[in-house]
Design a binder for this molecule. Sequence first.
Ligand SMILES: Cc1cc2nc3c(=O)[nH]c(=O)nc-3n(C[C@H](O)[C@H](O)[C@H](O)COP(=O)(O)O)c2cc1C
Length: 342
Amino acid sequence: MVVWSPFRFNCGREIANRFVIAPLTTDASNEDGTAAEDEIEFVRRRSASGFGATISSATYVKRDGRSWQGIGAAHDGHLSSLTRLAEAMRVAGSLAILQIYDGGRIAKPELIGEQSLRAPSAVASLRPGAKTPRAMTADEVESLIASFRDAASLARKAGFDGVEVHGANHYAVHQFFSPRANLRTDNWGGTLARRMNFPLAVAQAVRDALGPNLVAGFRVTPFEAEADGYTLEDAKLLCSELARLNLDYISVSLDDYRNSRPMGETRVYSGEVEKRHTPAESPVTALARVVAGRSAIMASGGIKTCMDAEGAIELGADLVAVGRAVVVDPEWLAKVRSRSEA
Ligand SMILES: Cc1cc2nc3c(=O)[nH]c(=O)nc-3n(C[C@H](O)[C@H](O)[C@H](O)COP(=O)(O)O)c2cc1C
């Protein structure tokens, strides 16, 4: 079965099988952005079961962009905590990948203060009770890109094998690409091409900080379920440009890869909105086709059995990320392997 075969990334790093632990936020870190002991043990126990790679929970690059109380990679004070986390992930030979994010308009006002809420444009999220952010200045946009670059440098120093940009699930990088959230008229918005500039600049900054020998990934929501959101055709163009930056993988974030349902901004699945916008073609297949082997494709959403994982590979994925199944059962992978060998 392909899922148990090794895989080699563009950068030369190899993994033993195609299974990856998906990024899983626990909202249980210390207030200063260092990882709590329980959090490190949570990761160690799951990585120990033989995953090819483990991706960390989304890690903030700027303290005023936090959407929950998670870990940070915002300054040197986070280095020793990140080093311990990377060691825990690598306990059984899994590659350790740090996911980095900024919350933008869905940062949590209770954590950062309502006045600090900043985003591509002064447009509130669709989440119930969302506050209206202020539009970032061009200097703030440049500074946020630099924070992603610095976080990637810190990850490298901490011994991570790679970094994933969280460009999905309605956080800041996604917001810059979204015509619903980004109404800017400068270099960072206005047209589809200019809405790509921020995601591409962040990906390039991360690739530069990591150098050619570490894994650089990017997680994308393949289309927006909301009316007037970006389409799968738009995401195809973005992913094609991302692949030109020699990224090692593009991760396609779906709630369930089979029904092509992305995470909506409200996180309430009414069914109606999602059905209206579901594309005919699987987003995994569509993005694999445009990327055409230049970067690996990682699929996620609803993978609970070996057959689910093989199904995603048949659609065009090279790798599969598993979330809820490993939350529920830390030994999930070992059990899946013994069942598939039986
Ligand atoms: C508790 C929890 C925390 C999550 N945290 C993150 C995160 O930090 N970053 C991210 O990109 N996705 C996050 N996700 C989404 C998962 O990575 C995954 O894409 C999603 O759960 C679908 O895969 P699954 O069906 O295997 O769980 C989280 C999901 C859950 C359930």
